[in-house]
Design a protein around this ligand. Structure first.
Ligand code: GAL
Ligand code: ZN
Length: 664
C-alpha cells in the first residue's frame, strides 16, 4: 500500500456548483474530518471541450482550494463518459447491443472498448491529464475510469469487437479444426471453415453454443483488463509516485476481478447497502454486504479502499428507503471491519440535475448540513483513531470459499435450475459462517489452499486434472474440503467429460460416483441424518454411489429415498465432503454444524441474531467490531480480555461498539 494519511474522503463534483460555493464546501468537508476528495471521473467535456483544447484551470482552481484546507485529491480518468464532440466525430464508438442495434448518446458508458478512435482519444487525453498533474502534490492517486463493465448487459458486439473476438480465438485455438473439436460444432451444422465466420453472440432464434458463449465472456473480461492496462501504463510511466486504483463492484461479473486487480496498487469498491431501485429487501442482507467486502479483500489478499460508500437514499427514477439514523455509521464500520483502509462517501451534495438528482449525497439539494452530515462527522471522529491501529493489515481466516469466474459464467449460460445462481450459492455457504461470527476469506485457484483448515469449493462444474490435483494435494496434506452438486461435469471448453462417471476428476478424492441425478423443478426433497429430518435439498439432487466415502445424510423421499445425500471421504490426512444439492437454511445449518465441529472451527464470539462480530488484525493486537444490524436494542457479552474503545454492551438499533485486544 502506498502510504498516505487518507482515511476518510468524499466524492466531489465542483463543476456541478458555482465557484463561490467551493470554499464553503471545503470548509464543511474539513470540519467533518475528511482528508481527501475523489473527483473528475465524469468531466471529460469540461476538461477538453474540443479537440486538443484542454481546460484544466477550473480543476486546478478547485484542487488548490481543497489543498488550502489540507484536503488531498484522487483523480478519476473520465473515460467512462466521452463527450458529444468525440462521438460526433466517431459515432462507431457507440456500442452495438445483442440485437445488433447501435446504442445512442445521452447516458454514460456509451462505449465500445475495442474501438481504435476511442482508444486514441484516451491515450491523448490521459497523457495530457497525467502530465498536467504529475507534479501536483495534492493529487495523491488515480482511479482508472469508473466501474469498468458497468451498464452493459453484454459488452459491445460491433464488427470490430467481433474481429477482436476472432483474433482472441485464433490465439487460443491456433487452428479452426481445434476450435471445431473443442466446441463440438458438428452439432446443428455450426462447423466453421475460418475464424472470420465466428459470430459475436448476438440474439439468435434460439440458444448459442455454450462453449462459444463461455469464450465470449472470457474475451470480454480480457478486453476490459486490456482497456484498463492501457491507462495504467500511461499513468504509471508519467506519475510513478502516485497510486493507481479502480472502483470495483463486489460480485459484478463482466470481468475476472482477480485479474483486473493484478496491476493496481490496491483495489477499491463501491458499497451501496440499499442497492438500486426496486430491489427487495430494501437493504441487502448484512451477510451479503459482508460477503461483498470480504470478496473484495480477497482480490489482492490485502486491505482495500471504499471509493463510494452510500451517503443517503439511493435512486434514479425510483427511490429507495432513506437510511435509518445510525445506518450510515453502521455500514461505514462494517466496511472498515471487513478490510477497508479508507472510506469515501458518494457523494458530497445531492445534484440538482441529471440522471442522479435523487441519488442522495451527504448534503441535501439545499447544501445545508443536516442529519446525514452530522452522523458522518461523528462516525469519522470515532473511527479515525480505530483505523490508525488496523490500517494495512489483513485478517487471515481458517475458512475459505473458492470463487471462480469461469464457474460463474458457465452457470449463467446454463443455470440448470431457473433459480440456480453460482454467486448466491456461495453466499449461502458464507452466510452460515457469517451468522456465527466466523471469519471467511474468498480465494481464487491461484491462492495457497494450505493456509486454510476448511475450503469450500461449490459448483466445480468445469475442471481439469491440474485443478483436481491441487484439491487432492490440499486434502492429502490435511485440508478439509467441501464440494457440492454439479462438480467435475465438464472440461474447460464447457464440454461434458465422457471418460469417467461423475464427478469426473474428483471421483477418487471424494470416494463417490454419481450415476443419476434429478433437477428439482417445483420439488424439494427432505434429507435426514440418523432418523432426524434436517431440512430440504433444493434445486438439484445428485444420486450418489459410495466407493470409499461414508454417508453423513440421506434423501428421504422419491425413488432415491435412503440413498446418500452428503458424504465424506478420508483422503490422506484430510477429509473431502460432498453435498449433492443446494441446502435450505435448516439443512445448511445441520450439515455445516457437523463439518465445522469436525474441523474445529470456532466463532470469534457468540452473539444474538442480527449482531455481527468482526475482527481486524492490527500490528500489535486485534480490533473487534460489534455491529447491530437490527432495529432492536441488544446486549453483547464481550470477551473479558477485550478493552472497549467505543460504545457499550447494550447496542441501540444500528449501533456499534469497538474493542481492542493487545497481543501479549
Ligand atoms: C455508482 C457510480 C457512481 C454513481 C453511483 C450512483 O455505480 O460509480 O458514478 O453513478 O453509482 O448511481
Ligand atoms: Zn465494439
Amino acid at each position: 500500500m502506498i502510504e498516505n494519511n487518507v482515511f476518510f474522503g468524499v466524492d466531489y463534483y465542483p463543476e456541478h456548483w458555482p465557484r463561490d460555493r467551493w470554499d464553503t464546501d471545503a470548509i464543511l468537508m474539513k470540519e467533518a474530518g475528511f482528508d481527501a476528495v475523489r473527483m473528475g471521473e465524469f468531466s471529460w467535456a469540461k476538461m477538453e471541450p474540443e479537440l486538443n483544447h484542454f481546460c484544466f484551470e477550473w480543476l486546478d482552481d478547485a484542487i488548490s482550494i481543497l489543498k488550502s484546507y489540507g484536503l488531498k485529491v484522487v483523480l478519476g480518468t473520465p473515460t467512462a463518459a466521452p463527450p458529444a464532440w468525440i462521438i460526433e466525430g466517431n459515432p462507431e464508438i457507440l456500442p452495438v447491443n445483442e440485437l445488433g442495434i447501435r446504442m445512442g448518446f445521452g447516458g454514460r458508458h456509451h462505449v465500445c472498448m475495442s474501438n481504435k478512435s476511442y482508444r486514441e482519444h484516451i491515450i491523448r487525453f490521459v497523457n495530457e491529464i497525467a502530465e498536467h498533474y504529475r507534479d501536483n502534490d495534492a493529487v495523491i492517486g488515480w482511479q482508472i475510469d469508473n466501474e469498468l463493465g458497468n451498464s452493459h448487459k453484454e459488452l459491445c458486439m460491433c464488427e470490430n469487437c467481433q474481429s477482436g473476438f476472432q483474433e482472441w480465438l485464433k490465439n487460443k485455438y491456433k487452428t479452426i479444426q481445434k476450435l471445431n473439436e473443442s466446441y463440438g460444432t458438428v452439432f446443428w451444422s455450426q462447423t466453421y471453415s475460418d475464424f472470420h465466420q465466428i459470430p459475436a453472440p448476438k440474439v439468435t432464434p434460439n440458444s448459442h453454443n455454450p462453449s462459444l458463449l463461455l469464450d465470449w465472456k472470457r474475451f470480454c473480461s480480457d478486453l476490459i483488463i486490456d482497456f484498463q492496462q492501457m491507462q495504467i501504463d500511461i499513468i504509471r510511466s508519467i506519475c510513478p509516485d502516485k497510486f493507481i486504483t479502480h472502483n470495483f463492484m463486489g460480485f459484478y461479473d463482466k470481468s475476472d476481478y482477480f485479474n483486473l486487480a493484478k496491476n493496481l496498487d490496491f483495489v477499491s469498491h463501491d458499497q451501496y447497502p440499499s442497492g438500486f431501485w426496486l430491489e427487495d429487501p430494501a437493504v441487502t442482507p448484512s451477510s451479503e454486504l459482508a460477503a461483498n467486502l470480504d470478496f473484495i479483500e480477497g482480490l489482492k489478499d490485502k486491505p482495500f479502499w471504499i471509493l463510494e460508500q452510500q451517503a443517503g437514499p439511493t435512486g434514479w427514477e425510483i427511490m429507495g428507503k432513506t437510511p435509518r439514523p445510525g445506518q450510515l455509521r453502521l455500514w461505514t464500520a462494517q466496511s472498515i471491519a471487513h478490510g477497508a483502509d479508507a472510506v469515501f462517501y458518494f457523494r458530497w451534495r445531492t445534484c440538482l440535475f441529471g440522471t442522479e438528482q435523487y441519488w442522495h449525497g451527504i448534503l441535501p439539494h439545499s447544501g445545508i448540513p443536516g442529519r446525514r452530515y452530522d452522523e458522518i462527522k461523528k462516525t469519522i471522529s470515532e473511527l479515525h483513531p480505530v483505523m490508525q491501529k488496523i490500517r494495512g493489515v489483513k485478517n487471515r481466516s481458517d475458512v475459505a470459499i473458492l470463487f471462480s469466474y469461469d464457474q460463474n459464467w458457465a452457470f449463467q449460460i446454463q443455470p440448470h435450475h431457473p433459480d440456480l445462481n453460482y454467486t448466491k450459492q456461495l453466499i449461502k455457504y458464507y452466510a452460515y459462517f457469517y451468522e456465527r461470527n466466523i471469519p471467511v476469506d474468498f480465494i481464487s485457484y491461484e491462492s495457497d489452499f494450505s493456509e486454510y483448515r476448511l475450503l469450500i469449493a461449490p459448483l466445480q462444474f468445469l475442471s481439469d486434472e491440474d485443478i483436481a490435483l491441487k484439491f487432492k494435494t490440499y486434502v492429502k496434506n490435511g485440508g478439509n474440503l467441501i464440494m457440492t452438486m454439479r462438480t467435475g461435469v465438464k472440461d474447460e471448453n464447457n464440454v461434458c467429460f465422457s471418460e469417467s462417471q461423475l464427478p469426473g476428476p474428483f471421483s477418487e478424492l471424494l470416494g463417490i460416483e454419481i450415476l443419476d441425478y434429478d433437477c428439482f423443478l417445483k420439488l424439494s426433497v427432505q434429507v435426514t441424518i440418523g432418523d432426524k429430518i434436517l431440512g430440504k435439498a433444493q434445486k438439484w439432487c445428485d444420486i450418489i454411489n459410495l466407493n470409499f466415502a461414508k454417508a453423513i445424510a440421506f434423501y428421504d423421499e422419491e425413488f432415491y429415498k435412503g440413498t446418500p445425500a452428503v458424504t465424506v471421504n478420508a483422503y490422506g490426512k484430510g477429509d473431502a465432503y460432498y453435498i449433492g444439492f443446494e441446502p435450505d437454511e435448516r439443512l445448511m445449518n445441520g450439515i455445516m454444524d457437523i463439518i465445522s465441529t469436525n474441523c474445529h472451527i470456532e466463532p470469534i464470539l457468540k452473539s444474538q441474531k442480527g449482531v455481527e462480530i468482526v475482527q481486524r488484525v492490527a500490528a500489535d493486537g486485534k480490533c473487534y467490531f460489534a455491529l447491530n444490524h437490527s432495529d432492536k436494542a441488544v446486549r453483547i457479552m464481550p470477551n473479558t480480555e477485550w478493552k472497549r474503545i467505543l460504545g457499550s454492551d447494550v447496542l441501540d438499533p444500528y449501533d456499534i461498539a469497538v474493542f481492542y485486544e493487545s497481543i501479549k
